[in-house]
Every structure is written in structure tokens, then in C-alpha cells.
Design a protein around this ligand. Structure first.
Ligand SMILES: Nc1ncnc2c1ncn2[C@@H]1O[C@H](COP(=O)(O)OP(=O)(O)OP(=O)(O)O)[C@@H](O)[C@H]1O
Ligand SMILES: [Mg+2]
Length: 551
């Protein structure tokens, strides 16, 4: 473990803190016994009361000193162990994130976003609770028990036995109550998660909700869920309310037993009255940690479950593996050889024995009715998925042999549904290439015919888009996504229906820019309508996953 020295240091602090903690009851006993022993001397005038009060002040000072030292080491142990848990939490989060990036698209299709979020936030927090507070507490309680019980036994084994008698009852009853509390809390958390997910969905789809005037239906559903949540929370509050008084009663019983049995022992001359006070404090020192054992047990269980869920993801292997090949010159001659592809999630045969060759510099249109398999060609080229059979080669080399990152950098891919991040327009465009200058950015915006749209926005390129910013029109979004792809200066372009939301004039302007300025670059243009004014080098026509003669 990376942080084992921190843990060792933390344990040292725990020992010191508890060592000074058990000083306090001992000093109190000494103080009380001192008064008791000298009572006669004061009454008979052999000892002045100012001398007694001075001695008592001395004891008081020592007690405060011990408390301060114990507190100081407690501070130090929290600083080491809790900080350690935070460092580990950070490491685990980073590991999960890099795992997410390593995994392929199919993984993200299979696991809902909420699930991915929950593992990296809640589950990691649960594990941290174990690594920090629970471990800290367990060590602390362990040493406290050793010190306190050792001190108790030194005074009187019999009294120790009586004083500790109610503790097992306390821990067993607490175990049962905390079990009930845990079950209820879990149910509440589930309800809350459902409530959150539902609310999130409604806010995201607020346009649909409003345009269909369906607020009432949604409100009603929300009310029902809210009411269930409320009811469960009230139930929990009730159990919680019984729990505390019950604890107090048990602690009280323990104290009464100690005082009673201790009194008998004092009368028998076996212990001093100060010992009783000492014992009452010991008992109080122990009861609270005992109540925490149930809490620790449940947190440990939760942490174990969370760790299991995290491991499940960490042990997953991506199905798309990177090759090692990085060519010195990459031309971009694409060759599909008998490519068939079945989507693993649905079993749908999206491409069926498709073969074609695209020479460098060709501008090829891919057409076909809906769900003919057009987008699938793009997905396979950038290796979001791997072919089921057949092969795809670029420059004569199977794409699975290329270094994955290198391969993907050769593409400028504009997906069918453009996605813009909640950031400025400029930042969204620079996602394709972070080092582009402002001038080059503006020039590219002009080439793609979106500059006028942007200049009309309040802050031009610095306008925020997405969730917290302005909403761009479908055609504007598409063109921002196109600029993003162009700024990469890739060898091969894939436009997946990327001009569907722009008018024919703009479409023509963009395609002309592509042919004139990017003569050497290969482009696959997936489209539903062949622009009458643009001449493609070739048209590939698909029908239900098969290549057919263009209509
Ligand atoms: N991620 C996916 N998981 C499972 N099946 C998929 C997935 N993507 C597409 N499909 C299925 O594969 C088939 C081909 O889909 P594809 O997206 O390639 O069609 P398309 O020609 O691009 O259609 P459109 O013109 O509507 O965009 C369809 O039947 C579709 O339902
Ligand atoms: Mg498509």
C-alpha cells in the first residue's frame, strides 16, 4: 500500500492519544482520594484549606494537561489517517476515470450514465469512509478498550466484571437497531436516487413536457415518489428517536451497577471512593465506542459492496485493443473486404459482406434508406466497434494493427448527432485541435459558413453553448461540429448526415471547400440527399446492410 507509513504513524498517534485519555480518570480518582485522605487533617486543623485547594488545583492542571495531550494526538491521528483516506480516494477516482476512457463504446452502451456516475462518486465515497473513519475508529476503539480495561482490572477485577456486564446487551441491541436503520436508509437512498433520476430526465426533456402540456402527469408521478420518500424518512426518524434514549438507559444501568457494587467494595475496604468515580468515567468512555461498533460494521459491509462494484469495472477488459503500428506516411486508401457486422447488443446484422475500395482523395457519397447500415461504416472505420467478419484495411494494413490513438487521429469524424460541450463555441471547435490560433479558427468558421451566425451572438466565439448557454439551431450545431473536425486537419473525413440541417447553398459551399482546398483528402459523406450541384467521385448505395447498384 502506498500510504502505509501514514497508517503506521496514525496508529502511533492513536496509541498516544488513548494513553493520555485514560490518565484523566486516574487523576480524578487521585484527586478525590486526596480529599478523602486529608479530610480529617483539615477538620482537626493540621492542614490548612488553602493547602488543599492548591493541591486540587495541581490535580486540575494535570487533568487539563492530559486532556490537551490526548486531544493533540487525536488531531494528529485524524490528520494522518483521514488525509490518507482522501489521498486514496483521489487515486481510486483517477483509476476509475482512466479505466472508463480505456473501455470501448459498447461498454458505455451497456451501462447507463447514472451507473457510471454512481461508481465514481458514491461507491468511491463509501470505500473512503472505510479507509478513513472506519479504520481510524476501529484502531481507536481497539486501543481504548485495551487501555481502559487494563486500568480497570488493576483496580478491581470484580468491579470490572459488574461494570462491563451491560455492555454485551448494549452491543447486541445496537446491532439489531442499526440493522433496521441500515435497511431503512438503503431503501430511502434508492427512493432518492429514483427521484433524482426522474427529476433529471424531466428537466432534460422539459421542452417535450411543456409542449405536450403534460406537467400534471409528471407532477403526480413526482408527488407519489415524494410521498413514498417522506413516509420512509419518517419511519427512519422514529427508529432513530427510540435508539438514543435506549442507549442512555443502558449506560445509566451500567453506571448504577458500578456505583452500587463499587459502594459495597468500598465498605469492604477493597477500593477507595475515588475508584468509583474513576470507574464511572471508564464506563462512559467505553459505552460510546460500543455503540459505534454497529455503525462500523454496517459501513464496512457497504464499503465491501462498493469495492466489489468498483472492481467489477476495473476488471473489465476493453474489446477493442490497440495495435502497435505507427506508419511514417499515411495516405488513407480505404479497403473494405467482405465486411459483415452484427451489433453485439441487439444481434442486428447491420452490414452484410460489404466490399469497396476508396482511393486517396476520393469524395464518396454513401446513400441508402434509414437503418441501411450507413452510420455503421463510420463506426467501424474509427473502430468504435470491430468487424464481425471480413477486414478493413487502410494503406493495405488491417486497421486493428494500427496504434488506436494514431488511427483515430487520422479521422475527422462528424457524428450523426452533433454533441456540443457546455463551453464556449471556440472551445468546442478547439476540441478538434487545441493549438489552433484565433485567426485560423475564424477562417475555418468562414469556410464552413458559420461565421455570420457566430458574429451575431452576444459574445461571438466566446458565447457559452449547451446546458448553461445559448441554444444553437440544429444547423448551427452541425457546422460547429464540422469546424471541429476540419480543425484537426485529418487525412480522412467522415460526415455522417452532417449537412442534413443546412440549406443547399450552404451545403454546396462546404462541399466546394472540401473539394478545392482539401483535394488530397479522402471524404466519406453519408447522406440522404445527393446534392445536385456537387459531383461525388462515387456513390456507394446500401440496402439492408448490403451494397446495391445506386438508384
Ligand atoms: N449501437 C447500436 N446497437 C445496436 N444496434 C444498432 C446500433 N446502431 C445501429 N444499430 C442497428 O443497426 C442497423 C443499421 O444502423 P445504422 O445506424 O448503420 O443505419 P443508418 O443507415 O445510419 O440509418 P439512418 O439513415 O437512420 O442514420 C439498424 O437496424 C440499427 O437499429
Ligand atoms: Mg445513421
Amino acid at each position: 500500500m502506498r500510504y502505509r507509513w501514514r497508517l503506521v504513524l496514525g496508529i502511533v498517534f492513536v496509541v498516544l492519544s488513548n494513553y493520555f485519555r485514560v490518565w484523566q480518570p486516574k487523576l480524578i480518582r487521585k484527586g478525590l482520594d486526596y480529599v478523602e485522605d486529608n479530610l480529617e487533617a483539615v477538620q482537626s486543623g493540621r492542614l490548612s484549606s488553602s493547602e488543599v485547594s492548591q493541591s486540587l488545583l495541581y490535580f486540575g492542571g494535570l487533568i487539563i494537561g492530559a486532556a490537551l495531550l490526548s486531544g493533540l494526538f487525536m488531531y494528529a491521528m485524524r490528520q494522518t489517517i483521514i488525509v490518507m483516506s482522501r489521498l486514496m480516494e483521489y487515486d481510486v477516482r483517477k483509476d476509475i476515470l482512466s479505466k472508463y476512457f480505456e473501455l470501448d463504446l459498447a461498454f458505455f452502451k451497456r451501462h447507463p450514465t447514472g451507473d457510471l456516475m454512481a461508481r465514481i462518486t458514491e461507491d468511491v465515497s463509501k470505500v473512503r469512509m472505510f479507509m478513513g473513519p472506519v479504520i481510524l475508529y476501529a484502531i481507536n476503539v481497539g486501543f481504548l478498550f485495551v487501555f481502559v480495561i487494563y486500568s480497570m482490572l488493576q483496580v478491581s477485577p470484580l468491579l470490572t466484571f459488574y461494570a462491563l456486564l451491560p455492555l454485551p446487551i448494549l452491543s447486541v441491541s445496537i446491532y439489531f437497531v442499526s440493522d433496521i436503520i441500515n435497511k431503512k436508509s438503503k431503501r430511502i437512498q434508492e427512493l432518492l436516487a429514483g427521484l433524482n433520476a426522474f427529476a433529471q430526465e424531466v428537466y432534460s426533456g422539459i421542452r417535450v413536457v411543456k409542449s405536450f402540456a403534460n406537467e400534471e402527469v409528471i407532477s403526480k408521478h413526482f408527488d407519489n415518489q415524494g410521498a413514498a420518500f417522506q413516509q420512509k424518512s419518517l419511519e427512519l426518524a422514529r427508529v432513530d428517536a427510540i435508539f438514543r434514549p435506549m442507549m442512555m438507559i443502558l449506560i445509566g444501568i451500567s453506571t448504577v451497577v458500578t456505583v452500587y457494587q463499587g459502594g459495597l467494595l468500598v465498605v469492604a475496604g477493597e477500593i477507595s471512593p475515588g475508584n468509583i468515580a474513576e470507574f464511572v468515567i471508564y464506563v462512559n468512555m467505553l459505552t460510546w465506542p460500543v455503540t459505534a461498533i454497529g455503525w462500523m460494521a454496517s459501513l464496512t459491509q457497504q464499503a465491501a459492496a462498493s469495492q466489489k462494484r468498483i472492481n467489477e469495472y476495473m476488471e473489465m477488459e476493453p474489446e477493442i485493443h490497440s495495435g502497435a503500428f505507427v506508419p511514417t506516411d499515411f495516405v488513407g486508401r480505404i479497403e473494405f473486404d467482405q465486411v459483415s457486422f452484427v451489433y453485439p447488443e441487439t444481434g442486428i446484422l447491420a452490414l452484410d459482406c460489404v466490399s469497396f475500395i476508396i482511393e486517396p482523395g476520393e469524395k464518396v457519397a454513401i446513400v441508402g434508406e434509414v437503418s441501411a447500415g450507413k452510420s455503421t461504416i463510420g463506426e467501424l472505420l474509427i473502430r468504435n466497434y470491430d468487424v464481425t467478419s471480413g477486414s478493413i484495411k487502410i494503406d493495405g494494413i488491417n486497421i486493428q494493427d494500427y496504434d488506436l490513438s494514431f488511427l483515430r487521429k487520422q479521422f475527422g469524424y462528424v457524428p450523426q448527432v452533433s454533441f456540443l460541450f457546455s463551453d464556449t463555441i471556440a472551445a468546442n471547435m478547439r476540441f478538434g485541435n487545441a493549438s489552433v490560433t484565433d485567426e485560423a479558427l475564424a477562417q475555418m468558421a468562414k469556410n464552413i459558413a458559420i461565421d455570420e451566425d457566430i458574429n451575431q451572438l452576444p459574445e461571438g466565439f466566446e458565447t457559452l453553448v449547451g446546458e448553461r448557454g445559448v441554444t444553437l439551431s440544429g444547423g448551427q450545431k452541425q457546422r460547429v461540429a464540422i469546424v471541429r473536425a476540419f480543425l484537426r486537419a485529418p487525412k480522412i473525413f467522415i460526415f455522417d448526415d452532417s449537412l442534413s440541417a443546412v440549406d443547399t447553398v450552404t451545403e454546396h459551399q462546404i462541399l466546394s471547400y472540401l473539394t478545392e482546398s482539401l483535394a488530397g483528402k479522402t471524404a466519406l459523406i453519408i447522406t440522404h440527399r445527393l446534392s445536385p450541384i456537387f459531383s461525388y467521385s462515387r456513390v456507394i448505395s446500401l440496402h439492408q446492410g448490403k451494397m446495391v447498384m445506386p438508384a
